[in-house]
Design a protein. Structure first.
Length: 208
């Protein structure tokens, strides 16, 4: 049974999609053992508690400097003995210290089709604002392994979503979540939990 630690910063709808997929049997061989937020007010923590899952906050504000915060986060993940770390709307850059401790064992959901609309400064609603500004007709979401760059790791799954006339960033964000994020993130976890995902020459291979 894969022990999954989910890192969050906000509402936690992707966390909810993971928990629902475990409950309904769409994800097998995995359990969420801990949810950690950098933000004490994240509603995601409440969702975890409501599900009987250990929920805790590790905030940079509790530490002298960034390095101490990173060490505390890493220590906690190691104490919890998680096998897979899922960044589900975690808006903190994961430092090399943590990436190197979990090679190809950290995944992230990003709300665009990488390599479009990603990298530093592209997170949450900003991504959808930029998509609408550029006027692209198709956007989507990507699940990828986390490496030391920003949104540069090997891509596991992607799903396209249409941009519609009259979309606002909020409307588009909701469509991308419903039609793409909440589907491909649980699917990727299920594939990993069942040993179907490997990385070869920096690219992901999926056993069908
Ligand atoms: C999601 O749209 C996720 O893709 C995005 O933050 C939102 C979190 O929502 N993540 C990023 O932008 C990472 N670069 P949630 O808390 O409701 O799951």
């Amino acid at each position: 049974m894969l022990k999954v630690g989910v890192l969050v910063s906000g509402g936690g709808t992707n966390l909810q999609a993971i928990l629902d997929a475990i409950d309904s049997g769409k994800i097998t061989n995995a359990q969420v053992t801990v949810v950690i937020s950098n933000n004490p007010n994240a509603y995601a923590l409440q969702r975890a508690e409501d599900h009987g899952i250990k929920a805790l906050c590790i905030s940079p504000k509790q530490y002298e400097d960034r390095e101490d915060f990173h060490k505390a986060l890493l220590n906690r993940l190691q104490e919890e003995q998680v096998d897979l770390i899922v960044l589900a709307g975690f808006l903190v850059a994961v430092p090399p210290m943590i990436v190197e401790a979990y090679p190809y064992r950290i995944i992230n959901i990003h709300p665009s089709l990488i390599p479009s609309f990603c990298g530093v400064g592209y997170y949450g609603l900003h991504v959808h604002e930029k998509v609408l500004e550029r006027g692209v007709r198709v956007t989507g979401a990507t699940v990828h392994f986390v490496d030391t760059g920003t949104d540069t790791g090997p891509i596991i799954l992607q799903k396209a979503v249409k941009v519609k006339q009259g979309d606002t960033p909020q409307i588009l964000q909701k469509r991308v979540m419903e039609k793409a994020e909440w589907k491909i993130l649980p699917k990727a976890i299920n594939l990993i939990a069942n040993g179907k995902v490997t990385v070869k020459d920096g690219k992901v291979m999926i056993e069908e």
